[in-house]
Ligand binder design. Structure first.
Ligand code: AHR
Length: 493
C-alpha cells in the first residue's frame, strides 16, 4: 500500500485556534464528583480538588472547558451552586435522573480552571429557565461590583469578577429529550433576546448558539437556518455535536466515519454561508463543535443503572485501540476545517466518555488520551492543505475511503513541521511526505501508536506512544512505513 502527502508553506488553511483543543465537564455521573472533586481521595487537595486529575488535564493542554452541561444545564438553577456549601440544596437532576448535591459549584469550578490553566465556557439554561436567569448569572460572574448579584459574588469569596468570555446559549435545544425542548423559531427568538440582554451586561462576551444535536435530526439544516435567521447578528459561533459508534463491529466502516464527520462540518458551513448571503452580511460565522467523541460502549449498562443515585457510574465508556484510531482521524478532520471550526470540545474530560478515568486511589488514561494529547500539544500553528494520494477502500456506508488520513501543521515559532498520519489499513503502508519550500531538515521526533488488538483497552496501563526509528528526511522528503492500523506523528525542524 502507498500513501503520499505533499505540503507547501504557501498552501495554508488557517491558523489553528487554541480553542480547537477544548473539552466539556458536565454534572453527570462521576465527572464532577469522584472526578474533579473528591474530598475522600488521597489525591485531593484541601478543597477536595483531585491533583492527579489536574495534572492529566494539564498534560492534555486543554483550553476551554464547557460547563456545567450538556443536558444537565437545561434543568439547572445556577444559584443553587453558590454560597455556603451547607446551605446549598440537594436537587433532582432530571436530565440524568440522578441526585445533585451542589457541593461543587461555580466558585469551585473557577478555582479548578485556575489550577488546570483552562478557561471556562459557560452554558446558560434556556430549557427550564431563560433571559432572567442568564442576565443574573452574567452579572454575578462578570460585573465588577456594587449591584445585588456582583456583591453576592464578592460575599461568596470572589472579589474580582470571573470575566467569563465564552457563553453557550443553552444546549441541544432541538432534541425532544432536552428539558424545555423548543422549535427552531421558539429557540431562535429566545436566543436572540437572551444574547441581547447578556451583551447589555457585558458587551465583550463571545456567544455560541445551539445547532443540531446530530446530523440525523429530522430538523438538521432547517434548524440552523431558522435559528440563524433570528440570531446571525447576535452570535459568534454556531454549535454542532457529533458522536460515533461501532455498534456493528465493522472496523473499516467505523474508521470511514471521518468522511461523514467531514461532510457534516462542510454542510453546516454551507448553511451558515447561505444565511450570510441571504442577509447580505459581512460577517462570517464560525463553528463550535462543542461535543465530539466516540460514545456507545456504556449504553447498555446505563439503561440498567438505577435512578436517583449520587454520582452514579454513567457513560463510562472504556475505550479500546480502534476508538483511539477513530479519535485520531476525527482530530485530523478538525484540523482540515481549521478555517471555520474555532472551538472543539472533546466530550467529555473525566470519567464520562472521557480520556481520564479515576479510581479512589488514582487515575488511568484511556487509549483516546494519546492521539488527543499529541495533536493538542503539537498541532499548533498553521494548518496546511494536505495534498494526498493513497489507496482506497469501500466500506458498508462509504466509497473510495483513503487508507491514509494525513495532515500537517507548520509552527512558525519553532520552525517545525508536524505531520499526523493514520493508516486505516491492515497492511503496512509506504508513506512519503514531500515538504516543498520549508527550511527544515532535522527529524526532531517520530512516534507511532500501533500493534495493539483493536479491542484492547488501557485499563492495564500498557498503551503508550512508541519511538519510531525508520524515518529519514533527505532533500525535503520524508519516507517511512506506517504500520498496519497505526497513528503516527513526525516532527521535522
Ligand atoms: O455528553 C453527553 C451528552 O451528550 C450531553 O449532555 C448532551 O449535550 C449530548 O447529548
Amino acid at each position: 500500500m502507498q500513501g503520499k502527502l505533499t505540503i507547501d508553506p504557501s498552501n495554508q488553511i488557517a491558523k489553528v485556534d487554541d480553542r480547537l483543543y477544548s473539552s466539556l465537564i458536565e454534572h453527570l455521573g462521576r465527572a464532577v464528583y469522584e472526578g474533579l472533586y473528591d474530598p475522600d481521595s488521597p489525591q485531593a487537595d484541601k478543597d477536595g480538588i483531585r491533583q492527579d486529575v489536574v495534572k492529566a488535564v494539564k498534560d492534555l493542554n486543554i483550553d476551554l472547558v464547557r460547563y456545567p452541561g450538556g443536558n444537565f444545564v437545561s434543568g439547572f438553577n445556577w444559584e443553587d451552586s453558590v454560597g455556603p456549601k451547607d446551605q446549598r440544596p440537594t436537587r433532582l437532576d432530571l436530565a440524568w435522573r440522578s441526585i445533585e448535591t451542589n457541593q461543587f459549584g461555580l466558585h469551585e469550578f473557577m478555582k479548578w480552571t485556575k489550577q488546570t490553566g483552562t478557561r471556562p465556557d459557560m452554558a446558560v439554561n434556556l430549557g427550564s429557565r431563560g433571559i432572567d436567569a442568564a442576565r443574573n448569572l452574567i452579572e454575578y460572574c462578570n460585573f465588577p461590583g456594587g449591584t445585588y448579584w456582583s456583591d453576592l459574588r464578592k460575599k461568596n469569596g470572589a472579589k474580582e469578577p470571573f470575566n467569563i468570555k465564552t457563553w453557550c446559549l443553552g444546549n441541544e435545544m432541538d432534541g425532544d429529550w432536552q428539558i424545555g425542548h423548543k422549535t427552531a423559531a421558539e429557540y431562535g427568538r429566545l436566543a436572540h433576546e437572551t444574547a441581547k440582554v447578556m451583551r447589555l451586561v457585558d458587551p465583550d462576551i463571545d456567544l455560541v448558539v445551539s445547532g443540531s444535536s446530530t446530523r440525523e435530526m429530522a430538523t438538521f439544516g432547517s434548524w440552523e437556518e431558522t435559528v440563524l435567521d433570528h440570531t446571525y447578528d447576535d452570535v459568534d459561533f454556531l454549535s454542532l455535536h457529533r458522536y460515533y459508534d461501532n455498534e456493528e463491529n465493522d472496523l473499516h466502516n467505523f474508521l470511514a466515519k471521518s468522511v461523514d464527520f467531514d461532510e457534516f462540518i462542510s454542510g453546516i458551513v454551507a448553511v451558515c454561508d447561505a444565511v450570510k448571503a441571504r442577509k447580505h452580511s459581512d460577517k462570517t460565522l464560525n463553528l463550535a463543535l462543542d461535543e465530539w467523541n466516540v460514545w456507545y460502549h456504556s449504553h447498555k449498562q446505563d439503561d440498567e443503572t438505577a435512578p436517583w443515585q449520587q454520582a452514579p457510574h454513567l457513560l463510562e465508556d472504556h475505550y479500546n485501540f480502534e476508538d483511539a484510531l477513530m479519535v485520531g482521524t476525527m482530530l485530523i478532520t478538525l484540523l482540515k476545517h481549521a478555517d471555520r471550526v474555532k472551538i472543539a470540545c472533546l466530550a467529555q474530560l473525566v470519567n464520562v466518555i472521557a480520556p481520564i478515568m479515576t479510581t479512589k486511589q488514582g487515575i488511568w488514561l484511556q487509549s483516546i488520551f494519546f492521539p488527543f494529547m499529541q495533536v493538542s500539544k503539537y498541532g499548533r500553528g498553521i494548518a496546511l492543505t494536505p495534498q494526498q494520494t493513497a489507496d482506497t477502500y469501500d466500506s458498508k456506508d462509504f466509497k473510495d475511503v483513503p487508507y491514509l488520513d494525513s495532515m500537517a501543521v507548520y509552527n512558525p515559532d519553532q520552525n517545525e513541521v508536524v505531520i499526523f498520519a493514520e493508516n486505516k489499513g491492515e497492511q503496512a503502508m509506504d508513506f512519503t511526505t514531500t515538504l516543498n519550500g520549508f527550511n527544515v531538515d532535522h527529524l526532531e521526533a517520530a512516534t507511532q501508536f500501533c500493534g495493539y488488538d483493536i479491542k484492547q483497552t488501557n485499563e492495564d496501563q500498557t498503551m503508550k506512544i512508541q519511538p519510531h526509528d525508520h524515518v529519514n528526511v533527505t532533500d525535503g522528503v520524508l519516507k517511512t512505513q506506517l504500520e498496519p492500523l497505526s497513528w503516527n506523528m513526525f516532527r521535522v525542524s
